[in-house]
Ligand binder design. Structure first.
Ligand SMILES: Nc1ncnc2c1ncn2[C@@H]1O[C@H](COP(=O)(O)OP(=O)(O)OP(=O)(O)O)[C@@H](O)[C@H]1O
Ligand SMILES: [Mg+2]
Length: 327
């Protein structure tokens, strides 16, 4: 999908695919495939935030791992600042690793409990060969201040921090190597609502000061609406709608986005209570129908929805829907 509104993309993804085998039984035979990421197009603009939302299991974290090149795509292209990185070897990726960082949902799980915060940040710098100038200590203090923590915290261990503080440490660690793109995978989902707002504001401030670009993954549309310039809605491996975030909230056009909005805070379509879910729904995930993945439960479906290639329809300024009915 070519979108004319993207003047200055830092990352552009086209036709991205990742299927995982589903194995069952004693012999672990392959019973089918989970289409975790199925022909995804998305663009992250320089200095902006793209939100990626959808229910649990729709493929958000798989997208994150693909963009970070932690796993290999089956198909598709990932362009970072114009360069196709989708097939680069580990060695070729090395100089780019520092450019693309991640902030995880669970900072406790991703911080080594036996390392002080200072050691954790230093390790990040060392892995990417950025601790050579003998100023590491000062850099750690600067990073902690940047994320609103006292420099004395460098000598403390993760268990001495609250959840919000630990997430600040996680952000400091990502920032340490001066990335240009940060992929935030549910960075506030594990935090209390009041703390969520602080972390979101921190991310916003950092973006303003450092010109960072973000992919912000969440199942919570409220969070996304505040932080993101544009939002992409994902359903069973496919992006079904993408729009500027205000437009998406005011004028959602894909039936799934409707259910997602009506189901806050529970994003599953079942929770919206609007749809008839077939009994074999879970099994169908293994053998989804051709065409639109949502058509199985969509109240507006017709035969045309089963055509193999659901096309993107432009329904307004920067507003795209993968549903032929949206026209
Ligand atoms: N390594 C793997 N092997 C097999 N299946 C996998 C693997 N990783 C992910 N999957 C499957 O791919 C689908 C997408 O998973 P993914 O973790 O990307 O979803 P998600 O949107 O991040 O969910 P959540 O909101 O719960 O974090 C799921 O059905 C998941 O079970
Ligand atoms: Mg996930």
């Amino acid at each position: 999908m070519e979108m004319e509104e993207h003047q200055n993309p830092i990352m552009r993804v086209t036709g991205l695919k990742k299927y995982f085998p589903v194995r069952r039984g004693f012999f672990q035979r392959t019973m089918g495939w989970v289409k975790a990421v199925d022909n995804v197009d998305m663009t992250i603009d320089t200095g902006k935030t793209l939100g990626l939302v959808g229910e649990s299991g729709c493929g958000k974290s798989t997208v994150a791992r693909l963009l970070l090149r932690l796993i290999d795509p089956d198909e598709g292209e990932i362009r970072f600042n114009g360069q196709d990185i989708s097939r680069l070897s580990e060695k070729e990726m090395k100089p780019l690793r520092k450019e693309i960082q991640i902030v995880f949902q669970d900072p406790y799980g991703s911080l080594n409990p036996r390392m002080t915060v200072g050691q954790t940040i230093e390790e990040g710098l060392r892995t990417l060969g950025m601790n050579r100038d003998g100023k590491t200590r000062a850099r750690i203090a600067e990073l902690l201040e940047m994320v609103g923590l006292s420099p004395e915290f460098a000598d403390r261990y993760p268990h001495e921090f609250s959840g919000g503080q630990r997430q600040r440490v996680g952000i400091a660690r990502s920032l340490s190597v001066e990335p240009s793109l940060i992929i935030c995978d549910e960075p506030v989902s594990a935090l209390d609502v009041s703390i969520q707002a602080q972390i979101i504001n921190l991310l916003k401030d950092l973006q303003d000061h450092l010109g960072l670009s973000y992919l912000f993954i969440s199942h919570d549309l409220n969070v996304v609406g505040y932080l993101c310039d544009r939002v992409a809605v994902m359903y069973k491996g496919q992006i079904v709608e993408e729009a500027p975030s205000t437009v998406l909230f005011d004028n959602p056009r894909h039936p799934y986005t409707h259910t997602l909005l009506s189901a806050i805070p529970d994003p599953r379509p079942e929770a919206a209570g609007l749809l008839n879910i077939p009994e074999n729904w879970e099994d169908m995930a293994l053998e989804p129908p051709e065409g639109c993945g949502f058509s199985v439960i969509c109240p507006d479906r017709t035969e045309a929805c089963r055509k193999p290639d659901t096309r993107w329809v432009r329904v307004g300024d920067g507003h795209y829907v993968r549903c032929w009915k949206a026209n």
